[in-house]
Design a protein around this ligand. Sequence first.
Ligand SMILES: *Cc1c(COP(=O)(O)O)cnc(C)c1O
Length: 757
Amino acid sequence: MILSVKEIADTIGCRSASYRMISTLLTDSRSLCIPDETLFFALRTNVNDGHRYVAELYRRGVRAFVVESVPEIMGDVADAEFLVVENALAALQRLASYVRSMVDIPVVGITGSRGKTVVKELVYAALMKAGRKVVRSPRSWNSQIGVPLSVWRLEQDTEIAIFEAGIDHCGQMEILKDIIRPTIGVMTEITDEHDGGFDSREQKIAEKRRLLEKCDTVIEGSDNMTVAGRILEALGESASLLGGVAEVSTRLDVHDGVNDCLMIYDEFTADFASLVGALDFMQRRKTASRRNTVILGDLLHREGEDTGKLYGKVSSLLQMAGVDRLIGIGEEISRHFGEFDPLMASEFMATTDDFLEKYNISHFDSELILIKGGARMHFDDIRRRLETPRHQSILEVNLDAVVANFNTYRSLLRPQTGIVAMVKASGYGTGALELAKTLQSQGAAYLAVAVVEEGVALRRGGITMPIILLNPVTTNYQALFAYGLEPAVFSVRELEMLVEEAARYGRRNYPVHIKFDTGMHRLGFIDNEIDDLLKLLHSTDRVRVSSAFSHLATADCLDEDEYTESQFAAFERMTGALAMGLDYGFKRHILNTAGIMRYPERQYDMVRLGIGLYGISPLPSAATALSLKPVARLNSTIISLKKWPSETTIGYSRRGVLDKESVIATVPIGYADGIDRHLGCGNARFVVNGHPCPTVGNICMDLCMIDVTGANAEIGDNVEIFGLDAPIEVLAETLGTIPYEVLASVSPRIHRIYYRE
Ligand SMILES: *Cc1c(COP(=O)(O)O)cnc(C)c1O
């Protein structure tokens, strides 16, 4: 939609005489694209506040803002419009509702736990084939913010709209329903996702069902194709349009590439709107050391659309996104090569095979590469060509699950409580950098790592948010200060050293985090050391206490509540003494994951979330009703298969003895990869094609053998060590340890890949 500031002001109850035309609503400053047509909504969310970004956006050319109060900006801002409202999110929603009322067309509203995005994309692709002008939510923008932004995309000549509505709490659907006002209501499969935000499953279903209340047509079902077909029929189109339309994958992967390249591989529907989203994702991974390359296939478009104009728009979009190099693949994009800016390096070819013939890894060096093409273009061949040689064993990390778990815990906390996300020990084994990027954009208050090197790696990877260093017996103070890492300090001796070094490097008020020992008896100040601590703090302005914290020893032990309470009491006493002695305030935090679940009333100013982020509950399952999502999945593959007669022995020391004819598979993962030898000889089962297959014989250094009799196994089949079908908790139990250890033991030589759904 394009509206004047004046009309928008009228809609949200403000005054303005400005006829500046607004084409883009912005809620995340990092996505800024066309400053002078942008209206920025300064939203206050749980831990972030859009008002912080107003000054910066003004500098970057934005001239229209919806704010709850006008921030003090230096200099003259007379040329900017500030629409002051009580609640910026409510204003955004009101505006969307107004935009919705401007069109009288069929609107499809889709809710459910699973399949929403796939159904939406199926219907969208089919309607494009039929030449209809369709607007839809980009990717899965289905939240209280995403839905209004999606609805804003409606235009005067839109013929059909398709919006997703996702909720995780009671009361949210009422708002989304009034914005979407669907004429066709769709409910896909319901699972236990987000149960945590509702009193019961029934309540959640009832809440979702509100979307369907005033619809002319209601469609329910769990088979994506069938549901999509019925939507098309309700729209007066034929379900046969779905012939040849593939279910889109909603995955967006980030892979390490050859020659220090980083690749973003996007399998989502390849049309203009989703290219905008993919470039935005790319924008956030840019670093100075890499050039920006896009490998782009023919775009999906409306039957009959002017494709010259379309690729002209693509060209300006790529320029705005700072893309240095374009490789266009497909007949259409090649035909329109003339539309692309001659200043951008560009090459065109008709097919993916042409690319594979012409290009090898030597053509790419230190580039951030976005690979985006339709499902039928086989761009996964390109990805395979460019990625670093794959090991057959991979730790897959689901970044969406990290986000979901983060939000699950956030929902247990007061909105103003900060979350310190624990990414120490390489993100509990999953890899710290991608996690850190994800948590940075989710609005975590701090990241915490164990050692300087981990902190430095995050800074070098582009992490700008505050980082706490937990075990700073530091020798490298230069790196500590240079990279702005905030040490936790547990003794007067350490603090003295820090003060001395801060003086040497000319630092004042350097933030430190004071660690108290309230019962772990590991590290930290105890009562009789507080006087010395205060004396030292008073004698210098080199450091400043940013927070004081302690760590619980027994938060996960259901029968040790008394001990935990004694730690809380000690924490109150010690932080009280510190507060009495200082003439400024500081933050306090003591809860880890188990603590958040069991003692939310002790959340103070911040909490430290570790294992829960990774989808693992530290409490026995009966003690938790949270639906956490597994983040890490360790997979390998079958590389050899043999049928052996009964009595055959398998592996070192002949420890595996077959008691019947068996099919034995060899899997390239062993104890050097983190597979504990105690998992051999049938003590663990790895899952192949849904069948749990016991280990046979001893685990070797780089290999192990499993019995796949009856599992219809073939060479190349996936073997899940832990993840979805084989819970990591079971492996931990077998080993008599905790899931933390199993996850953190996955060796660095196992390749990690990260994806979003
Ligand atoms: C690791 C760690 C945490 C997180 O613990 P979880 O049980 O994983 O939530 C919190 N605080 C400190 C000091 C830690 O070292």
